[in-house]
Ligand binder design. Structure first.
Ligand code: VGL
Ligand code: ZN
Length: 207
């Protein structure tokens, strides 16, 4: 069975948002168009407590974009974003949520970040998403959303490692591009690992 995973299509990742991704709004119509072609649609939601350890604001003198450490791992510092219960953490306006059967919230532990929908960045705790998907008979996972160079990439790489046939919907994803070329490098990394890079127009209806 084919599953569509919508990664972090949230207000704070839209242009003008706290962690605005260029062109981030453009993934919404792609997500809406694709959903009817899938047997199951799930969404991840970046969902940080106030004062999350990834926020530059928690470290005097440090700025967003700088590199630091969190939970013993290298950590990019971000602007405050996707704080639980705020409008910035809400799903993008116009994103059809009616067919979304499960919403997986991540990044809730202040002491470690969680880019992937499957594990925290240290692969210490599972979110339970893989077991849920297996229970539903998932075989092929199509990953798209925000941001290509962070949460989309790590979700796709984990999916592959977990044994799912994994696809990146490239035109349904946009990246932060902290450094120029980050998106192209992320796509290359996924391709080299075995993720199949596809366009939304080429995705066939399931079954
Ligand atoms: C993300 C940075 C921080 C993402 C989430 O959704 O790609 N990026 N938190
Ligand atoms: Zn985050």
């Amino acid at each position: 069975m084919k599953v569509l995973i919508l990664v972090d299509v949230q207000n704070d990742f839209l242009p003008g948002g706290a962690l605005g991704v260029p062109g981030g709004n453009e993934v919404v119509p792609v997500a809406n168009r694709l959903q009817p072609r899938f047997g199951l649609v799930v969404a991840t939601q970046d969902w940080h407590p106030k004062g999350h350890g990834s926020f530059a604001s928690t470290r005097p003198g440090r700025k967003p974009g700088e590199l630091a450490e969190l939970g013993g791992l290298p950590q990019v510092l971000w602007p405050d974003h996707c704080v639980q219960g705020t409008s910035g953490a809400a799903f993008a306006p116009g994103l059809d949520m009616n067919r979304v059967e499960a919403i997986l919230r991540k990044g809730t532990d202040p002491a470690i970040d969680s880019y992937s929908g499957f594990f925290d960045n240290g692969h210490r705790k599972s979110t339970g998403l893989a077991d849920y998907l297996r229970g539903r008979g998932a075989t092929d996972l199509y990953v798209m959303g925000l941001a290509t160079d962070y949460c989309v990439k790590f979700t796709a790489l984990d999916a592959l490692q977990l044994g799912f046939r994994t696809f990146l919907v490239e035109d349904g994803s946009r990246g932060v591009e902290l450094r120029p070329g980050d998106v192209a490098r992320a796509v290359d990394e996924m391709r080299q690992a075995g993720v199949q890079i596809v366009r939304s127009g080429d995705v066939q209806t399931d079954g």
